[in-house]
Design a protein around this ligand. Structure first.
Ligand code: SF4
Ligand code: SF4
Length: 109
């Protein structure tokens, strides 16, 4: 699913604030998630769109493994990264399909 954004509505690229710098228990948004993004590393072309567009800085580049690494604790499941992925490497998966899904945890985070 990829939406074409009219030129006049495009948001100019800004900067990435890797937040929170120190963990704030009241700011954890991972337990909002109904769907999670799943990466297929074989398809990823390292375009960095997921890293740039995630509103919660939940994708960070793992320089050693050459692939974006996902932060389950803060990903709220908005799917923006999936929509912006340029190679179809990100897909949406239902949170309940994962053993470690937030809704399965006794005390989500
Ligand atoms: S689903 Fe939303 S919050 Fe989660 S990693 Fe993608 S853009 Fe970030
Ligand atoms: S947006 Fe897609 S192709 Fe680009 S770095 Fe992220 S996972 Fe890889």
């Amino acid at each position: 699913m990829h939406f074409k954004i009219p030129k006049e509505k495009e948001v100019p690229l800004g900067c990435i604030t890797p937040a929170p710098v120190t963990e704030q228990p009241m700011m954890i948004t991972g337990n909002w998630r109904i769907y999670r993004p799943v990466i297929d590393a074989e398809k990823c072309n390292l375009c960095m769109s997921c890293i740039i567009f995630c509103p919660d800085a939940c994708w960070q580049l793992n320089a050693e493994e050459d692939e974006p690494v996902w932060n389950a604790k803060y990903c709220k499941g908005c799917s923006i990264c999936i929509n912006e992925c340029t190679s179809g490497a990100l897909t949406q998966a239902y949170e309940l399909d994962f053993e470690d899904g937030v809704v399965r945890l006794e005390k989500p985070f």
